[in-house]
Design a protein around this ligand. Sequence first.
Ligand SMILES: Nc1ncnc2c1ncn2[C@@H]1O[C@H](COP(=O)(O)OP(=O)(O)OP(=O)(O)O)[C@@H](O)[C@H]1O
Ligand SMILES: CC(C)(CO)[C@@H](O)C(=O)[O-]
Ligand code: BAL
Length: 292
Amino acid sequence: MPSTAHAPSSLIQVERVADLRTQVRAWRAAGERIAFVPTMGNLHAGHLSLVREGRARAERVVASIFVNPLQFGPSEDLDAYPRTLDADRRQLDATGCDLLFTPGVSEIYPRGQDTQTRVEVPGISDILCGASRPGHFVGVATVVCKLLNMVQPDVALFGEKDFQQLLVIRRLVEDLALPVEIVGVPIARESDGLAMSSRNGYLTPEERGLAPALYRVLNATADALRAGEPVERAEQAGLEALAMAGLRPDYLSVRRAEDLAPACAGDRSLVILAAAYLGRARLIDNLRVDLD
Ligand SMILES: Nc1ncnc2c1ncn2[C@@H]1O[C@H](COP(=O)(O)OP(=O)(O)OP(=O)(O)O)[C@@H](O)[C@H]1O
Ligand SMILES: CC(C)(CO)[C@@H](O)C(=O)[O-]
Ligand code: BAL
């Protein structure tokens, strides 16, 4: 055999819940634990770090690719969202993912998405990204709840880049007593600090040059807080710095890391969250700050 031969693919791909369940049941019967990584595809190193973390925690890793229409607003990028299934499959295979679930919309919403039972996590869904994207977290909570019920994993992995989403999902799992461990995975960044994101692909070369300002401003805001700057002043300076760097800030907010309540004097465990528009992209990022 030529030395350049590739190892045969061991990635199983299924589109139907029934096939997913048959395979997962067989693994369970063999005493194997299941890790689950839900995604919307167009995979990058951030997604693959979730798969690797899954491998470290379970014998089998299931990933899903589903661009969930229920979490997109009417004027958002559902149709333009990048779909790169062949490349995604190759990356998952090379990273040791065992099964890829690629349901169609009718497999997830057989009755149509408008008449689908919905899952709402009140309060935390209505602030920050939820305020700018009304209904977004109902869409996320609904599809994540369904996917968890379909896969029935022992552990599910989510990126800390979507920090608010992670907290919404933790709350959902706690409130509905779902028997799954939720693990947050640190943000994977480009060498210039920009958080990896599928939507970075929307940036022109010039915008891509401006984008790392988001992470730089988060770091400058963290420095200001550590130096004793009052929260409101640090937030205002951060918003101004984003605009000066050529981004259009949506929000920059210092919150309590535990529950995203507004930070008050005396709170020590904080997170700075920001969202900003740049060309066709809406970028998000966040940075934890522990004052002590
Ligand atoms: N840079 C990253 N580091 C760690 N995890 C990430 C990163 N980017 C995305 N993830 C995680 O991967 C999972 C799937 O995310 P998704 O498919 O929406 O990717 P994305 O790159 O965040 O896309 P988008 O640009 O739409 O936000 C989520 O749990 C998300 O938090
Ligand atoms: C968790 C998720 C896969 C639900 O559609 C999505 O919001 C994402 O990719 O972060
Ligand atoms: N990564 C979050 C999915 C979304 O923006 O819709």
